[in-house]
Write a protein that binds this ligand. Structure first.
Ligand SMILES: NS(=O)(=O)c1ccc(C(=O)NCc2ccccc2F)cc1
Ligand SMILES: [Zn+2]
Length: 258
């Protein structure tokens, strides 16, 4: 079977044939109606603690690019918020559109953002990311929307690394990046969901931050220059690497704010 992707022949509508959980009860992303979220006064503020020296590399995996972190210690962790225990940062990556009117995976009352950042963490009660990824409380992903506006200086460091990872499979050393600089305010919307790409495992506590951060149009176009394809292949830019919202199936979204 050809690998999954985002094209007409291998995109989100086709994933269910190889990954039947695509039609499961807690799939992601979803359309979030803030009015429909229930304020949970018991929610403590999310605690992100990242050590930039844990940053290892940046790589183009053919679906997006990701910045991978060393996760052999508790120096870059996520705590509190809707989760219990300590979750370690494994990687962050983005989803984006071919143009500015789409690109995010989660939507807010139908509104799409041009980009969505995912900070992926795994529950240290399990021995590894791979183990945690198959448990209902194994993963926690923080979703941050990006909108067009002023340039984002901390993001520029990531973009400057793109020249070395334009083609699929390329990776390069990438150090001293603190993703906390990418965190807007603390209006969180939380719900139980899944990975938004195959294997679509239903193991993710989603923490979607309501307030977007800004990136400039120039910075945005840099993302769209990355290639799905490997070197020597006809170049195909990574765009529209997002899964559309999935049925809520009775799930409750909790808000950390009134
Ligand atoms: N877009 S997202 O929901 O934030 C998302 C986060 C991580 C993955 C991932 O790690 N896949 C590979 C993978 C999956 C399961 C076990 C091991 C793996 F490497 C996929 C999607
Ligand atoms: Zn993602």
């Amino acid at each position: 079977a050809h690998a999954w992707g985002y094209a007409a022949n291998n995109g989100p509508d086709k994933w269910v044939s190889n990954f039947p959980v695509a039609d499961g009860p807690r799939q992601s992303p979803i359309d979030i109606l803030p009015g429909g979220a229930s304020y949970d006064s018991g929610l403590k503020p999310l605690r992100l603690k990242y050590d930039p020296s844990n940053c290892l590399e940046i790589l183009n995996n053919g679906h997006s690019f990701q910045v991978t972190f060393a996760d052999d210690s508790d120096s870059s962790t996520l705590k509190e918020g809707p989760i219990s225990g300590v979750y370690r940062l494994k990687q962050f990556h983005f989803h984006w559109g071919a143009c500015d009117d789409k690109g995010s995976e989660h939507t807010v009352a139908g509104t799409k953002f041009p980009f969505e950042l995912h900070l992926v963490h795994w529950n240290t009660k399990y021995p590894s990311f791979g183990e945690a990824a198959s448990k209902p409380d194994g993963l926690a992903v923080v979703g941050v929307f990006l909108k067009i506006g002023d340039a984002n200086p901390s993001l520029q460091k990531v973009l400057d690394a793109f020249n070395n990872i334009r083609a699929k499979g390329k990776q390069t050393f990438f150090a001293d990046f603190d993703p906390k600089t990418l965190r807007p305010g603390c209006l969180d919307l939380d719900y139980d969901g899944s990975l938004t790409t195959p294997p679509l495992l239903e193991s993710v506590s989603w923490i979607v931050l309501k307030e977007p951060i800004s990136v400039s149009p120039t910075q945005m176009t840099r993302f769209r220059g990355l290639l799905f394809t490997g070197e020597g292949e006809a170049p195909c830019c990574i765009v529209d690497n997002y899964r559309p919202p999935q049925p809520l199936k009775g799930r409750q979204v909790r808000a950390s704010f009134k």
